[in-house]
Design a protein around this ligand. Structure first.
Ligand SMILES: Cc1cc2nc3c(=O)[nH]c(=O)nc-3n(C[C@H](O)[C@H](O)[C@H](O)COP(=O)(O)OP(=O)(O)OC[C@H]3O[C@@H](n4cnc5c(N)ncnc54)[C@H](O)[C@@H]3O)c2cc1C
Length: 465
């Protein structure tokens, strides 16, 4: 392998696979690549660019515990899945002569010392929605001695491919889908980029393995973090039995693996690229069949896309009680009810089963999430943000845009044109768990308890700022 250390020159670079890339007017850089929700080597455009770096340090900053917003830190299953994903990424990097440096703290304070030590020219990271995420980038742009570059690679479309300016982003899903659906069918621009099989090193770097430690096994739902597990599940689900072909009928199944794809955790952590998922669905459509189920799955990927770009637009409003439109929703706060909902100890067996499933596995089906959210919002009249924060703690697929966007939707302060959803729990149980198998499995039947009554005087309406 030839190593070239020249800047702003035309070079020929030989990779480990002896393929020759002609790089015109290439600027060789000393780069820090900061992984965020893109923990993969396949279809990772930001990382792919770094094959040409002069020196490269790869880092991940473990999410900082923010007690005032995510009221309760990171749950066991969420942290297990993330750590597995990081260890798998580190293993894949080792195989190509690189390593992952995992740090804990705030990127705002951690990055400058690394820039100094590496004598870096730039920091590159994947674009991601979220207010804290944006604030961190803004802080770094202002205070870091080198530029910060964000690369879009975690959505189906880049901003340029949306076909409209972001401020014109529709408030509701249907007009959004109408504007982009043809492009999902036809655009070659959305094909996944190749896999990274070579990366330059960070010379003389001392690696610290202390962040790598054994994690507890997943309970009841064997979803393991890491790119390869995600790719395996994708291929097995799309082309296997109980797979995509029947998704329209199975997608509301309350338990995982037998129903919907359960790809969300890999997508949320970026172990899987959404373009790779779409490409695999298209391959299935070409090789096997295109039916209502395949189209439905593509529609779900568009829901993800919709919330992604809405979150980019809404920014802080994603966390306002009244959403972007500042709708006032009267709510009360009865802490015992909140605790009962979190623990799965309410007077509704289905809600208990759902919450126990979440607490044990870190996953809940889409139908389950809708029912559990509706219960907290409509029966307990609790501010939806407490529920969203609790989901943030527990979900192995926590994704800021999809989580807060969906909670707003159910609460009627977000993208739902019907102004929110109120589910009849008995009806939902009859429809989705007619024999009570799911409720039994998750020990939903608890001794009945007296209801705690609160009124508005107990808890003032939170100021909407
Ligand atoms: C209150 C509430 C909170 C939610 N929080 C999250 C979250 O933090 N992270 C998350 O990824 N999803 C969230 N969702 C959306 C949805 O419930 C999950 O994506 C889905 O249940 C994951 O299971 P799956 O992969 O088997 O989905 P499938 O049904 O197999 O769908 C395939 C993929 O499409 C996407 N998708 C499906 N439905 C939605 C949706 N309603 N909104 C956005 N994307 C969707 C997901 O990436 C999913 O993996 C939430 C929904 C609700 C109602």
């Amino acid at each position: 392998m030839i190593s070239l250390r020249r800047r702003d020159v035309d070079v020929m670079l030989l990779t480990t696979h002896n393929t020759v890339h002609s790089l015109n007017s290439l600027t060789l850089m000393r780069t820090i690549y900061w992984f965020r929700n893109d923990l993969r080597l396949h279809d990772n455009p930001g990382l792919l660019e770094q094959r040409n770096a002069d020196a490269l340090l790869l880092i991940y900053v473990w999410p900082k515990h923010r007690p005032w917003c995510n009221t309760v830190g990171m749950g066991e299953q969420r942290s297990r899945f993330l750590r597995e994903s990081l260890m798998a990424l580190d293993d894949s990097l080792k195989a190509i002569g690189q390593r992952l440096l995992v740090l804990e703290g705030a990127p705002e304070t951690l990055l400058q010392p690394l820039v100094d030590r590496l004598n870096a020219d730039q920091v590159v990271t994947a674009a991601t929605p979220g207010t804290y995420e944006r604030l961190a980038i803004e802080h770094l742009e202002k205070n870091l001695s080198v530029p910060v570059k964000q690369v879009q690679g975690n959505s189906l479309f880049t901003e340029d491919q949306l076909g409209f300016e972001l401020p014109a982003m529709p408030s509701h899903f249907t007009p959004f889908r109408e504007r982009v659906k043809d492009r999902v069918e036809s655009s070659d621009n959305m094909l996944p980029a190749g896999s990274v099989d070579y990366l330059p090193a960070a010379p003389n770097w001392q690696w610290d393995n202390r962040w790598r430690h054994k994690v507890p096994a997943p309970i009841a739902l064997p979803l393991r973090g890491g790119e390869q597990h995600g790719l395996d599940r994708l291929r097995n689900w799309v082309f296997g039995q109980q797979g995509i072909a029947d998704y329209a009928n199975t997608r509301n199944c309350l338990d995982g693996l037998g129903g919907s794809s359960t790809l969300s955790a890999w997508l949320a952590n970026g172990c899987l690229s959404v373009r790779t998922v779409l490409a695999e669905v298209h391959r299935f459509e070409q090789e096997q069949m295109r039916n209502e189920s395949t189209q439905w799955l593509i529609q779900e990927l568009l829901w993800r896309e919709f919330f992604y770009w809405r979150a980019m637009m809404d920014d802080k409003a994603l966390f306002h009680a009244g959403g972007a439109k500042r709708r006032i929703r009267r709510c009360v706060f009865e802490p015992r009810n909140f605790a009962r909902w979190c623990q799965g100890d309410t007077n509704e067996a289905l809600i208990n089963a759902l919450m126990r499933q979440l607490n044990t596995t870190g996953w809940m089906s889409n139908r389950g999430r809708q029912i559990a959210a509706s219960y907290l919002i409509n029966e307990y009249a609790i501010d939806w943000r407490f529920g969203a924060a609790y989901f943030e703690k527990q979900l192995i697929d926590f994704d800021v845009a999809s989580n807060y966007g969906n909670w707003q939707y159910i609460a009627g302060v977000g993208a739902d044109p019907r102004g929110g959803r109120h589910f009849n729990i008995a009806k939902q149980a009859k429809q989705h768990d007619p024999e009570g198998v799911f409720t039994q499995k998750w020990h939903g039947h608890r001794a009945k308890q007296p209801e705690f009554i609160t009124d508005a005087a107990d808890w003032p309406i939170a100021p909407d700022h």
